[in-house]
Ligand binder design. Sequence first.
Ligand code: BES
Ligand code: MN
Ligand code: ZN
Length: 509
Amino acid sequence: MEFHVITGRPEAVAAGVLVVFHREGATSLQGAAALADRALEGVLSQAVSSGEFKGQYGEVKTTHTYGRLGAGRVVLVGLGKAQDLKLDRVRGAAAAACKAIRRAKEASGAFILEDEVFGDLAVGRLAQAITEGAALGLYDFQKYKTRDIENDHPKELLLVIGPGEPAELEAANLEGVRRSVAIGRCLADATNLARDMVNEPANTMTPTRMWEVATQVAQDWGLECACLDRDEMEAMGMGALLSVAQGSRQPPRFIILRYRGGPEAQGKPHPAFLGKGVTFDSGGISLKPAEKMELMKGDMAGGAAVIGAMRAIGEIKPSINVTGIVPAVENLPSGEASRPGDVLRALSGKTIEVISTDAEGRLILADALAYARREKLSPLVDIATLTGACAIALGPFYTGAFTNNQPLLDRLLKASEEAGERIWPMPMHDDFEELIKSQIADVKNVGGREGGAITAAHFLAGFAEDTPWVHLDIAATSQSETERPDQPKGATGVAVRTLVGLALSLAEG
Ligand code: BES
Ligand code: MN
Ligand code: ZN
């Protein structure tokens, strides 16, 4: 799909569909919706006054224009209640509109950016949100369908800024809005890359395939990609990661993506993003129940988010160095698999008693965190589908966040707010340390059922040590059982946009 920023008037825009918006509870149509309504002799306002169209978030109504407007149809979209009107609502409403355009099998759509219905949201940010919504909302994963393939995606979206301004102001506006569209496009593409990787089944998205994707991303966007193989990890002493990998015939891959932000990056922090890359989590010898086990192909969503974020960072090119680290393994039972009761020596030198081979994410991240510390990377942010307990604690809409450094978490939460990704801070307290003490080793990998997300975070904290660190548990948010405006069922690509936002924020100082 192509995005074009043009100037023009709503009534005159030549497109398959003109998209206009309405806020729930507003008594009359505003802005472009009111203009379109006048041309259509009240069709839209009648739908509103009769109560047929309420303007609820994501609600759509499509009408033909019978030649009364430049566009062939109008899609009226609900923005939800005025007090909730934030960018994420615009993103979702734009996504809903684009799906209506697709249902109508129209090839193009137009959005009016200067519209009083958006209140005081700035035009550039609106353009970015609409672009993101369009590209995220139209995402689908059809590569394994040999029939019933739907190929009716709109080809072109127009983002329209009104004429009537002095020529030089208009030109400056156009340039600025085009930049915003490019950023939105970049973030959506990166999110969709992560979605593709998570939706891909585990028989193709192996650790080696993740490395290939990372290599391709590096080539396309000017990053460096390195990968440690099993022998190199052995020589280094990554005993925790290797124990997870030893039951599978798929060789483990320790993937490193480096972005260098040029001379201006000197003196700034050099963050590392670490993503759990378990390409299939059967539980190992501590085998999971069969029900929903197929979802465990998505246990590499943290790694996919890191690769997606590094791709966007390579495109946006902020003046900061960023390293992405993805320990990638498959967790299967076999005659070679690790056992409950095994004791491992992690890269940091700590010994770990394995209580459950299904608590494998924290094992591979322990070695990744130690590696990042050796490389003097700071701050550290890990992203992992780590615990079912996090889903029990927070439900399906919030990522859990844990930290040893509140200012870092505050900065990340600000980035997530702007990205429209919901993250909730979770408690950490020394009391939890007791729960992961082992009789025979320094630490054990399970702290019991209660507070399972928190004991997992404490386990990781012991490997982040004194480096500023945030842990994001995306077990509940990486895949969705329901369709939402800007995401279909399945992989969400969560955390990509928050990570990019954090990198940009750190680059600014
Ligand atoms: N990958 C799972 C966590 C998970 C569960 C992600 C459901 C997405 C959906 C993780 O490796 C795991 O198995 N965790 C165990 C930990 C337990 C053994 C302490 C869990 O959550 O049950
Ligand atoms: Mn597991
Ligand atoms: Zn797992």
